[in-house]
Ligand binder design. Structure first.
Ligand code: SAM
Length: 674
């Protein structure tokens, strides 16, 4: 920094003027590297961390015993924002491993690979294109890797599961983020073994493997190398090996080693092996051979071709195998450590961490994933591959991160409300008084007041323009040029996002919804839910927060017969489905049924447990072809059926249907026949 720049900075700080982002480059010059991957839209790591919103975690439900120190965490939301919140937990000592070290010990991620290409296939195959391609995908993942590094414990490790298409780019980015010297291994893992010539039209070989990049955070990382069953029989092996070694060419059974080769062991060892009959002449080859003892286990190398990467047990499209996660978790964590997977999918990492007695955090932005994980964790078996006796999971809490239930907020105590409101708008919790007026914290350096709408004297009170004027008369210019007032939307008596008095701008931050682009410096985007099975593995980026708005739903139930099938079928016909979500995006959809993403069914809902036990999912693209009818064999039905109808923004309409709604009709029909 030049003396002039230093002087100018002092002046800016002294006058309280806003400091432009240009200063960031001067204050924190980018690291000089010999080489790096350059692409359009690559941001500075510091800016990525600073610009990411931390969204509060709203507990939805705890499964299992309450009141223990630690609950495993299942988080519904965009992982970038959720990780920023976890980072704050790490800073305040709330993320600790078994040995007390701060941060998560192990991370495994299996992000969407972005390998989908436009492909035109048979009628059933939809032509589609990747949503995030090329450099956008790289930056999407890089941002998350940067936060993941921050979350790792100093002796932690990260495993990133990719495929042949983008793997090498991500490897380069990981070298930049974690440091080349912290690269440990590239692991090759088998994809599904296919022996069919389905790729006859394409001039490539069949794809046989995925890659997993394994990095440590530092030299002190923990590792317990995985083993593999090996050589259980015992076998004879040639006693010569390539290369010339001095003293290793002694005559053995009247022979010297072949040209350019040497004996495997010293003369003394060879004599000793002969005496116990473990070294002899092979009569067929006339070469010495020695006996290799049977052993139970070998240290693994990096080719894991005795297991497959994928599994197909939960019905989730991209599920990875428990065998794979067992190897990784056992290699890089100990009992009681925290294992994080921020692209959880069907929850393989969470399930295996639970079985291996680790603590876990799972994040996914898909509701299908969340309900799949919930079901999986509540129906665990002790063995890997979900075999053996039942395993009761340790308590876990489901959280919303970014899409909140406002009705639950209303139940919060004043202290919890105040804390949530401060977090929601990224405010620093720091009470202070200016000319007798109480403020709760700071946002971008300006004072923030969380309006206490619960206090008796405020019960009927609303925030009017006069209220702000009164505050302004008391604090005057001592408050700076901005003040933020946070309150429930209904407490504000005016519509404007801000009101100016003299040179002070008073912002109204409304809960449940407040979008002030000037403040957030970006557009909020919603979490998108898939409408077909292919889209389950799309890369999703959501920024900001929203509140759950139950979609409008009208439906009919009925029973039907099918041609050539003697069974009875029940059906739910969806007639109206409209999203109420306030989405400020160009693609905002309004029409009937246009925003339906999927229907999730629990055929035998347990009203006592009140746990949604996902049995089946129907995507909207398929439902549309069926005339928006969800049809199912009546035999599957228990007493009550729970149906969750999801919109593309993650809001659900839930209906509990009594089986008699279908059966009554059946009984009536039967009577008529008689
Ligand atoms: C390949 S799948 C993971 C499968 C998982 N390993 C398993 O064993 O089932 C990738 C997941 O990433 C999720 N995802 C994509 N973008 C995300 C984001 N920004 N935040 C959180 N999850 C995301 C998708 O919903 C999907 O479930």
């Amino acid at each position: 920094m030049t003396p002039e720049q230093r002087q100018e900075l002092m002046r800016l700080l002294g006058s309280g003027e806003e400091i432009s982002p240009e200063w960031a480059k001067i204050l924190f010059p980018p690291e000089k590297r010999e080489y790096e991957l350059v692409y359009y839209g690559k941001d500075r790591a510091e800016d990525i961390i600073a610009d990411t919103l931390a969204v509060p975690l709203q507990p939805v439900r705890t499964f299992g015993r309450n009141g223990v120190d630690w609950h495993n965490m299942l988080i519904f939301g965009d992982n970038l924002q959720a990780m920023k919140t976890l980072l704050e937990m790490k800073k305040t000592g709330k993320l600790c491993n078994a040995d007390g070290s701060s941060g998560v010990r192990l991370i495994y991620i299996d992000p969407p690979f972005a390998t989908k290409q436009e492909f035109r296939g048979s009628q059933d195959q939809k032509a589609y294109q990747d949503k995030i391609v090329g450099s956008q995908f790289l930056e999407f993942l890089r941002k998350r890797l940067i936060l993941l590094k921050e979350l790792l414990a100093d002796d932690g490790a990260i495993y990133v599961h990719l495929d042949w298409k983008k793997g090498h780019y991500i490897k380069t980015l990981m070298d930049e983020i974690f440091g080349e010297r912290n690269f440990r291994n590239e692991i090759i893992v088998r994809r599904i073994r296919k022996n069919i010539r389905e790729r006859e039209q394409v001039k490539t070989l069949n794809y046989g493997h995925d890659v997993i990049y394994f990095y440590a955070k530092s030299d002190s990382h923990f590792i317990s190398p995985p083993t593999k069953l090996a050589n259980r029989e015992g076998r004879w092996h040639a006693f010569d090996a390539p290369g010339i070694r001095s003293g290793m060419d002694y005559p053995l059974f009247g022979h010297k080693p072949p040209t350019g080769r040497h004996w495997m062991f010293s003369k003394e060892r060879a004599q000793q092996m002969i005496s116990v009959k473990k070294l002899k002449m092979n009569p067929k080859t006339s070469k010495p051979q020695y006996y290799i003892e049977p052993s139970e286990e070998d240290i693994r190398d990096t080719i894991w071709d005795d297991i497959t990467a994928s599994a197909f047990t939960s019905g989730y499209p991209t599920e990875k195998s428990e065998d794979l996660l067992k190897l990784i978790i056992e290699a890089s964590s100990k009992s009681g450590d925290i294992v994080l997977d921020c692209f959880s999918g069907s929850g393989t990492t969470c399930a295996v961490a639970e079985k291996l007695n680790c603590r876990w955090i799972g994040i996914d932005c898909g509701k299908l994933s969340i309900y799949t994980i919930q079901k999986r964790l509540l129906n665990l078996h002790k063995g890997i591959g979900n075999k053996g006796s039942k395993l009761e999971p340790k308590p876990f809490t489901l959280y919303n991160a970014g899409l909140y239930d406002f009705s639950k907020l209303k139940e919060l105590s004043w202290q919890d409300w105040r804390f949530f409101a401060l977090q929601l708008f990224q405010c620093r919790d720091e009470k202070h008084r200016i000319n007798g007026i109480n403020f709760d914290g700071y946002r971008q350096g300006a004072s923030v007041m969380i309006f206490n709408h619960m206090e008796i004297k405020h019960k009927e009170a609303r925030i009017t323009e006069e209220t702000l004027q009164e505050i302004h008369e008391a604090v005057g210019s001592r408050v700076g040029n901005k003040v933020f007032i946070v309150a429930p939307a209904l407490s504000f008596d005016f519509q404007q996002d801000y009101i100016d008095f003299d040179k002070v701008r008073y912002y109204a931050l409304r809960i449940p919804y407040s979008i002030i682009h000037e403040l957030h410096r970006r557009e909020f985007t919603a979490l998108k839910q898939p409408s077909d099975e292919m889209a389950v593995n799309d890369t999703i980026e959501a920024v900001g927060f929203d509140f759950i708005r139950t979609p409008e739903l009208k439906y009919k139930t009925g029973t039907e017969k099918r041609k050539g099938d003697s069974g009875e079928y029940g059906f739910i016909k969806i007639e109206t489905f409209k999203s109420e979500a306030v989405v400020r995006e160009p693609f905002k959809k309004k029409g009937n049924l246009e925003t339906l993403s999927m229907v999730m069914l629990d055929f035998n809902y347990d009203e006592e447990l009140k746990t949604f036990d996902l049995d089946e999912v129907r995507y909207s693209d398929a439902l549309q072809k069926e005339g928006w009818k969800v049809s199912f064999p009546l035999g599957q039905l228990g007493k009550k059926m729970m149906v969750f109808i999801l919109d593309i923004y993650g809001n659900e309409a839930r209906v509990l249907i009594d089986a008699t709604a279908f059966r009554k009709r059946l009984v009536k029909k039967k009577r008529k026949k008689k």
